[in-house]
Design a protein around this ligand. Structure first.
Ligand code: PGA
Length: 258
């Protein structure tokens, strides 16, 4: 895993946006895997800025979101459909028909999950998957004990995730209990992964993801098996890393690497 430590979340977001832009410049019709939550907000803001100020073009891009709450309609302010529309899609030129987000309201989840997986394959596969990490070490809504080979399916949220996400709802009771989520196996098939984390509350999960054993108890640790994953984290989220000095040394020396 390539580990990049920045001083704060703003710098993290700027570097992440440059990674996305590099993919789009090399392949204008790239397929992006997108995440929600507070972590990628700065990235989306920067991509919107680059679209407006620098002409970053999304007209041929296809996107697949990681997950959605079960039971929330597209226009529910806490749904991930709404989040994506408000924070990215309404500001850039991704064609509406190229946007895929798991449905939280289908009447046949099994069929929907199969269809979603097939659409990813039919699009040519995900070129760059953006990820956040949960306080419990999850990627997407792959909670502890999720199979590392899992595919898109319904998951029951962990108590910690419900508590973590209660801040977006009026109360913890209003946080949906189920989500539809890409699996760890689905995510690992992306050609490149970009995982972002900021803040002290992520330090333990980040250390487990990077330095812990590969375990279904921290599904982000499965990224250790991925040949092309970049983690961009801020200094607070890097707080528990044992080998931090080494990662910074690599960044410094890589400039002149053969
Ligand atoms: P957050 O969520 O960005 O809101 O912290 C991350 C996650 O749960 O994956």
């Amino acid at each position: 895993m390539e580990i990049i430590v920045k001083d704060n979340a703003e710098q993290m977001s700027r570097v992440a946006a440059r990674v996305v832009a590099k993919v789009l410049n090399a392949k204008p019709d790239a397929v992006l895997g997108l995440a929600t939550g507070s972590t990628p907000l700065g990235l989306y803001k920067e991509l919107v800025r680059m679209h407006k100020d620098e002409g970053l073009d999304f007209s041929q891009v296809t996107t697949f979101n990681l997950d959605e709450y079960v039971g929330l309609t597209k226009d529910h302010p806490q749904s991930y459909h709404y989040f994506m529309h408000e924070n990215l899609f309404k500001h850039v030129n991704i064609p509406t028909q190229n946007v895929y987000i798991p449905s939280g309201t289908t009447d046949n989840y099994e069929a929907f999950c199969r269809w979603y997986e097939q659409e990813i394959v039919d699009s040519g596969g995900i070129d760059l998957q953006v990820l956040g990490i949960g306080g419990d070490g999850h990627i997407a809504f792959n909670e502890p004990s999720s199979s590392l080979g899992s595919r898109t399916r319904i998951k029951t949220l962990a108590k910690q995730t419900i508590d973590d996400n209660a801040r977006f709802f009026d109360s913890a009771e209003q946080v949906p209990i189920y989500a539809i989520t890409m699996g760890v196996g689905t995510i690992l098939e992306a050609r490149q992964c970009l995982v972002l984390a900021n803040g002290r509350s992520k330090a333990a999960a980040v250390a487990a993801m990077i330095e812990g054993p590969v375990t279904s108890m921290i599904t982000a640790s499965a990224l250790q098996l991925h040949p092309r994953t970049m983690a961009i984290i801020d200094r607070d989220a890097a707080g528990n890393l044992k080998m931090l000095e080494y990662y910074e040394w690599i960044q410094e020396k890589m400039v002149n690497a053969p």
